[in-house]
Structure formats: structure tokens, C-alpha cells
Ligand binder design. Structure first.
Ligand code: NAD
Ligand code: IPM
Ligand code: MN
Length: 345
């Protein structure tokens, strides 16, 4: 029996979770699905973005499927107010999900949907390996009337384990890793670079390793994206670079992700995009990043490789067949996109 916890969250989250659960039940007929409020919806119901109950349920699951959290209703500059994003960060940390995999593979059908020229993006197939439970996201924070600070902190072990994830991925791919840092300025980056090179020399000398400064990486991602294989980087850089890289695929509505730990507990699978408050409730949300995140759940969370491939192929064929949601320049809404993918299964 397979048990999946779903966290629809806020904004377009519930709209894209409904068809994702439909697809999950298609591929795993005996699945039990347990839904929990999360993020802003949980703040409204319980006063906190992640309740102990929800966390306990996630720990018991074989995998967790999340849509998105956040929205203007809960936006606040007051550090004492609860925020939806605290639920997401708390869940990642509590489940030990230090490795966030964000594959960027533009489909030929969407080459002309990207704002980048076709000849630049053709052949791009890269993987962002984003460190997810350290860095400036989780360092001490201070705030007074006159100043504020966020500490960027990494341990050697945190860098070592994410470097290994990247090198292992590169071995299964095209054998090259670009480690992105800001070693010309930041102490955490200088240690990051030293640790990545030590891991490389000790255990992964067969992989090609290059260092790229993050500002240069942001530029190279749009000028020669096809040259990247695996990009490994710290939490904040990975957040920013992956949204940038999403546009190679045509839309942030296309990019899936998997957040994995050491394998002892469940993984968390979620699209890279947010709750898109500007289109929530209009039926226009592109559900494909959510569907592709479900494919990652099938593959990495449930070891259902054939099912994952079948879902990815159905998405590809629907796009080949002309499916375009509004973010991709078309008119299809969430329902039409879902129907198109179902029709190609
Ligand atoms: P966003 O990703 O929600 O939206 C950015 C733009 O992309 C918007 O114009 C939106 O309409 C569009 N977009 C995003 N996903 C789309 C989809 N599936 N289909 C069509 N268009 C889509 O980013 P934002 O506006 O900066 O953030 C909104 C809220 O989401 C914030 O509260 C933020 O904290 C939160 N957020 C949550 C997650 C998450 O839950 N994993 C990720 C990112 C942002
Ligand atoms: C993401 C999001 C989150 C992050 C926010 C909502 C906390 O932007 O998953 O990319 O910054 O990690
Ligand atoms: Mn982000």
C-alpha cells in the first residue's frame, strides 16, 4: 500500500493539486491520499503554517506532494507574524531534505515559447542541484528598529553531502559539474569551493569540475545554457538561478523539483513556481510543472520509473500536439491542459 500526503497550500496550489491527485490515482490505483492544510491556509485554520499533526503525517508518508504556499493575504514585514513560507522551510528542515533537484530540459515543442532565441536553448539539458537546508535561509536572523541581519552559515558536512549528490548525478548524466559560488567575496563560498574540490579529488576525479562565480553563472545561463550539465550551488543562489533557468523551458509553470534527504524518510515533490496569486481563481494556472513534479515523485519517491516516464511522455506529446497554457502564449486553462495530458496517457 502506498501512502502519499498532499499539501495543496495557497493560491493556484489547490487548483493544480486536484488534477495531480487524479493522475497519481491513475498510476498508483491503491494509493491512499491524505490531504493537509499548509502554508497560509494552515495559518488561517490553526495559526501556524505547519502544524505538528501535518509534520507527523508527512513523516509517515511514502512521499509528500506539495503545490505552493503564500500570497498577499499573509505578506507582512513584521517578524513576529506567521508566514506561509515558514511552513515550507520548516518542513524541508524537519525532513532533512538537503538536496533539491531542479531539472531544466526545454522540450523542442516549446523552443519558440522561450524568450531566448531557439539556437541558444537547443539541446539544453541541465540539472540544478540546490542545497536546501543551510545557508542564509537558516542562519540566525536579527532585527531591531535600526538594523537587520541574516547570517549565511554552512558546515563542511553540509557542503560535502550536497557535492556528492551533484557528482553522483553527473556520473549518470554527461559527467560535468559547475560549482557556483561567490568565492571572490564570501567566506562561506571559499570554504564551499575548498570542500567541493576535496570531495572531487578524493572520490570523483572522473567528473569534470569547474568553478563559476554566481554573477557570471547568471549570465552564462542565458548565453550558453546548453553547455551546462549539473550546476551545484548554495540555497539562495540555487533559488534565484533556477527561476532564471525556468525561462529556458518557456515558463516557470514548466519546472518541477524533488527535495531529497539521506533516504531515511520521504521526499518532497513540488513545482519550482509559487502560488501565483495574480492568476489564482481564474483557472489559468499551468499544471504541467505540478504534473512533472508528480513524475519525480513516482521516480524518486516510489521507484516507479516506467510510470514516471509514461507521465513525462504524455506531457511531451500533449505539447507536441499543440497544448499551450497562457503562460506559454496559448489559451488553454488548467482543465484543458489536464484533459490533454490524460488523453495522451
Ligand atoms: P510565483 O512563481 O508565484 O509567480 C511568478 C509569476 O509566474 C506570476 O506572474 C505567476 O502568475 C506566474 N506563474 C507561476 N506559476 C505559474 C503557473 N503554474 N502557471 C501560470 N503562471 C504561473 O512567484 P511570486 O509571485 O514571486 O510569489 C507568489 C507567492 O508564492 C509568494 O508568497 C511566494 O513566497 C510564494 N512562493 C512559494 C513557492 C512554493 O510554495 N514552493 C515558490 C515560490 C514562491
Ligand atoms: C522555492 C521558493 C521558496 C524558497 C520560498 C517560498 C520559501 O521560492 O521553493 O523556490 O525560497 O526556497
Ligand atoms: Mn524560488
Amino acid at each position: 500500500m502506498t501512502h502519499v500526503v498532499t499539501l495543496p497550500g495557497d493560491g493556484i496550489g489547490p487548483e493544480i493539486m486536484v488534477p495531480a491527485v487524479q493522475l497519481l490515482q491513475h498510476f498508483v490505483p491503491d494509493v491512499t491520499v491524505e490531504e493537509h492544510v499548509f502554508g497560509g491556509a494552515s495559518i488561517d485554520a490553526h495559526g501556524t503554517a505547519l502544524t505538528d499533526d501535518t509534520l507527523a503525517a508527512c513523516r509517515q508518508a511514502d512521499a509528500v506532494l506539495l503545490a505552493a504556499v503564500g500570497g498577499p493575504k499573509w505578506d507582512t514585514t513584521n517578524p513576529d507574524d506567521p508566514r506561509p513560507e515558514q511552513g515550507l522551510l520548516g518542513l524541508r528542515k524537519a525532513l532533512g531534505l538537503f538536496a533539491n533537484l531542479r531539472p531544466v530540459r526545454p522540450l523542442p515543442a516549446l523552443y519558440d515559447s522561450s524568450p531566448l532565441k531557439r539556437e541558444r536553448i537547443e539541446g539544453t539539458d541541465l540539472l540544478v542541484v540546490r542545497e536546501l537546508t543551510g545557508g542564509i535561509y537558516f542562519g540566525d536572523k536579527t532585527r531591531t528598529d535600526t538594523d537587520a541581519s541574516d547570517l549565511c552559515h554552512y558546515t563542511v558536512d553540509e557542503v560535502d553531502r550536497i557535492a556528492r549528490v551533484a557528482f553522483e548525478a553527473a556520473r549518470r548524466r554527461r559527467g560535468s559539474v559547475a560549482s557556483v559560488d561567490k568565492a571572490n567575496v564570501m567566506e562561506t563560498s571559499r570554504q564551499w569551493r575548498q570542500v567541493v574540490h576535496a570531495v572531487h579529488a578524493a572520490d570523483y576525479a572522473d567528473v569534470l569540475l569547474t568553478d563559476v562565480l554566481v554573477d557570471n553563472a547568471a549570465m552564462q545561463l542565458v548565453s550558453r545554457p546548453a553547455d551546462f550539465d549539473v550546476i551545484v550551488t548554495e540555497n539562495l543562489f540555487g533559488d534565484i538561478l533556477s527561476d532564471e533557468a525556468a525561462m529556458i523551458t518557456g515558463s516557470i509553470g514548466m519546472l518541477p523539483s524533488a527535495s531529497l534527504g539521506n533516504g531515511a524518510g520521504p521526499g518532497l515533490f513540488e513545482p519550482v513556481h509559487g502560488s501565483a496569486p495574480d492568476i489564482a481563481g481564474t483557472g489559468a494556472a499551468n499544471p504541467l510543472a505540478m504534473f512533472l513534479s508528480l513524475a519525480m515523485l513516482l521516480r524518486h519517491g516510489l521507484s516507479l520509473d516506467a510510470e514516471a516516464l509514461a507521465l513525462e511522455a504524455a506531457v511531451d506529446r500533449a505539447l507536441d500536439d499543440g497544448l499551450r497554457t497562457r503562460d506559454l502564449g496559448g489559451n488553454a486553462g488548467t482543465e484543458e491542459a489536464t484533459a490533454a495530458v490524460l488523453a495522451h496517457l
